[in-house]
Design a protein around this ligand. Sequence first.
Ligand code: XMP
Length: 326
Amino acid sequence: DWNMPDYVEEAIEKIRAQVGSDDVILGLSGGVDSSVAAALIHRAIGDQLTCVFVDHGLLRLDEGKQVMQTFAENMGVKIIHVDATEQFMSKLHGVTDPEAKRKIIGREFVEVFQDQASKLKSAKWLAQGTIYPDVIESAGAKTGKAVTIKSHHNVGGLPDTLKLSLLEPLRELFKDEVRKLGVALGLPPAMVYRHPFPGPGLGVRILGEVKKEYADLLRRADAIFIEELRNTVDAATGKSWYDLTSQAFAVFLPVKSVGVMGDGRTYDYVVALRAVETSDFMTAGWAELPYSLLGKVSGRIINEVRGINRVVYDVSSKPPATIEWE
Ligand code: XMP
């Protein structure tokens, strides 16, 4: 039987015994795993932990602000916040192939992180939010048993040249245990129970070439969709549509279509809404969101986000479609 307060105490003791008085660095992404790892390690060793938060310019609306608020302001965690938007955008310039974009974002991410880490000369440990399913997956990938269709950048990519030892306090935990641990450590439940967000972020939700202009439009459309999902409660279950779906987001389509606004004609971009229900993310069904909800989201996006004049809903299941569009 799994007792949370005991588990937290044990985990803290283990971290203290492992690192002693050494300094630790951790790459904070805003995702659940690295967030919980940061909270746990900070609880154990306080200021011996420094987090590096790399903003690649492909995060969701206000995500950077939220990470800084939660960790730096509320918890007093030391964080180096790097805004690397320009660097990522220039590397992505002209690149349209999804896997090529993933590789560039992953490589750049490691480079920026490594650059920061090498400045922290006292650090002896690199902490990562590796969880049990990651351990299984990467073991499988090495022996060629499991097939990872898309390259993920959250596992691996450990910069060898840094000569750091690995600290992975979540290695034995499943996702639901990590979430419970996060709540026990005082992280906001809305953060801990968030839908998964891919490492390459909006980079794979902007089809084809990534541009800052596209990312800015997509962020605002996506935030409206998520806000309405959170605020709309399904009468039958009493749950919000955010909680009833496993993953939901907006996708930017770099094609223009004609619309009318007032007396004028518009010629603007299209946004697709994607919402799925799944238990394992290997197969997924499109969510049967209420028409009234879809209508409200569409109306708000077109009215509030100048530059988007058409919203469509994705009714494809996985397989044969994937959850992401790239
Ligand atoms: P697909 O699109 O393959 O997505 O049906 C399945 C799940 O994996 C997530 N995903 C990624 N996560 N890096 C990540 O960290 C990636 O490159 C990546 N690609 C897909 C996707 O969001 C979904 O939850």
